[in-house]
Ligand binder design. Structure first.
Ligand code: B16
Ligand code: MG
Length: 220
């Protein structure tokens, strides 16, 4: 039986995944590094510095550690500029009705995000009190696909892993949820992941009954 749902933030609750892409693209263009939307898919769910390393795989030159840190900070500055325009209108389709329905059924709600910007993002979309627990990039040492973020959220909620459903838009996040021993609903890009427990194009295209019907015995 599912007693809690742990939502990824970027790309599941809010469309900030597009802002991440635009900020990385701006840095890549400045550095003359080829970077496409398809390249960007591998950055979903992984930390800022790991994202940078993936982007630099196509760079023609090597960068010093200090140069990399400066580049990651530059990207975050561009990203924070884009976040200034964030409003509740950026909440993705289906999110509010699903949260409302889950809450009415007594299901606990959490955020499990790799982002260090999760606090300001939740505030900008008016959802800073919508979740019982928020675990984000400021609370973890290992980013997805490591299970740390979801394991911590489960412990804070006081719900065993097999009774927490993870909702993710990233392959790395699907793997993190499964590694934490939790069933995973994959949405968007991640819906192509072969090991996802449930799949949907978005939260607007799945019912809460379908989400809660997941057979937790299949998850080890
Ligand atoms: P920041 P999520 C992740 O958030 C993003 O998907 C990923 O693209 C980003 O690199 C990571 O957060 C770190 O974000 O630079 O804001 O700390 O999808 O796990 O909610
Ligand atoms: Mg995400």
């Amino acid at each position: 039986m599912i007693r809690a749902v742990i939502f990824d933030l970027d790309g599941v609750i809010v469309s900030t995944d597009e802002f991440h892409f635009r900020a990385w693209k701006r840095v890549a263009d400045e550095e003359g590094i080829p970077f496409t939307r398809q390249n960007n898919e591998r950055l979903r769910g992984v930390s800022r510095m790991e994202s940078l390393e993936i982007m630099l795989e196509r760079a023609a030159r090597k960068y010093s550690q200090a140069g990399k840190v400066a580049m990651a900070e530059r990207k975050n500055g561009y990203y924070r500029e884009l976040l200034k325009d964030l409003t509740p209108a950026d909440i993705l389709p289906g999110v509010l009705p699903v949260l409302d329905d889950l809450r009415k059924r007594g299901i606990k709600l959490a955020i499990g995000s790799s982002s260090k910007n999760a606090g300001p993002i939740l505030k900008a979309i008016g959802m800073e009190t919508a979740f019982d627990v928020v675990v984000d990039g400021t609370h973890i040492t290992q980013s997805k696909p490591d299970p740390e973020v979801f394991a911590k959220a489960g412990v804070s909620l006081g719900v065993p892993p097999g009774q927490c459903l993870v909702v993710e838009d990233a392959d790395a996040g699907v793997e993190a949820g499964l590694a934490a021993g939790m069933p995973v609903l994959a949405v968007g890009f991640a819906a192509a992941h072969p090991n996802a427990t449930l799949k949907a194009r978005s939260l607007a295209e799945i019912t809460v009954e379908e989400m809660l019907r997941v057979d937790t015995r299949e998850v080890s």
